[in-house]
Ligand binder design. Structure first.
Ligand SMILES: [Zn+2]
Length: 307
């Protein structure tokens, strides 16, 4: 790539993300704080530093309904009114683990997600799969999705996001402030862009509330420097729910990270791109290089650039 890129993706789900876990008494107050404070304060920070993020939104949140932790058209409106235009992507319609659903259910998830977003005038292009469990990509493409996030490369081999090995491995990374992996987007066999995450801005609830935000900032700084050195992407991601415990400290940490991003951008060393823009930039570069080298024409054809 010509220049390093900072990408930020946010999984916005309120209570949908934890419905299958039970433990309402634990999660609902977190979602309440997310609804009442975190979204607005996060948007203020994004506007302050002129950062366009990708919001992967659970489709049901676009709908009106009595439970305001399962429905939030007002908050989506707020995101759309942010002075710095934000990308509105999808996080499916009701947040099932997509590797566990039938093809018919996958159809329904994608079609309802697209229909609900259309009510807010949006055609989502980015899909972020619940728990990063990727499946039914061919269907996603048929519903107009063009990019998705893949799990961050890691040295430990836990089976999923939540098993003990993954949690301990992730905790070790955070405590040692290891440099997160910088990543490169690729075009897959469906012509969709796959972009791995680099770093989760570690949630502040549970035991992890004892981890100072400064360790998260140190890791992010290292990731940004590495991206600039190697002209790669530093892809930060989290759920707004992740910042509600110690909210002031967690937001101050993000403020520091975004200020660094803005500083490097002003110096011409870094670009800020939501996921969907990253795909168009990548295709343009592939097109330019295929003209000079005739390499990658197959991938470009399947991505609809050459036909
Ligand atoms: Zn989720």
């Amino acid at each position: 790539m010509k220049r390093a890129v900072f990408t930020l993706s946010l999984d916005f789900e309120l209570a949908w993300g934890t419905l299958d876990r039970g433990r309402d008494a634990f999660y609902r107050p977190l979602c309440r704080a997310e609804r009442e404070q975190a979204i607005t304060r996060l948007l203020d920070l994004l506007a302050k530093h002129n950062i366009a993020a990708t919001w992967a939104i659970v489709g049901a949140l676009f709908e009106d309904g009595a439970d305001d932790l399962l429905h939030a058209p007002d908050l989506i409106d707020e995101i759309q009114r942010c002075p710095v235009a934000q990308e509105i992507g999808s996080h499916t319609f009701t947040h099932p683990v997509m590797t566990m659903v039938t093809r018919e259910q996958a159809h329904r998830q994608f079609s309802l997600a697209v229909e609900s977003a259309a009510k807010a005038g949006v055609q989502p292009r980015t899909i972020i799969f619940p728990r990063n469990q990727i499946a039914h990509l061919d269907l996603a493409r048929d519903y107009g999705f063009t990019c998705y996030r893949t799990p961050e490369p890691r040295w430990y081999c836990g089976a999923g996001e939540r098993d003990a090995v993954s949690r301990l491995g992730h905790l070790a990374d955070v405590l040692a402030a290891t440099t997160p992996r910088t990543v490169e987007p690729t075009i897959d066999e469906f012509g969709m862009m796959a972009i791995p995450g680099s770093m989760l801005y570690t949630p502040s609830f549970g035991m992890r509330r004892h981890i100072p935000a400064s360790l998260r900032v140190t890791r992010a700084r290292r990731g940004l420097m590495e991206a600039i050195r190697n002209r790669k992407v530093f892809h930060l991601w989290f759920h707004p729910t992740d910042i509600v415990v110690n909210m002031n400290e967690m937001l101050a940490g993000l403020d520091e990270i975004f200020a660094l991003v803005a500083k490097y951008r002003e110096a011409g060393e870094l670009e800020v791109q939501p996921m969907v823009n990253l795909r168009s930039a990548l295709l343009k570069e592939m097109e330019a290089s295929s003209v000079s080298t005739c390499v990658g024409a197959g991938a470009l054809a399947s991505a609809g650039v050459l036909s």
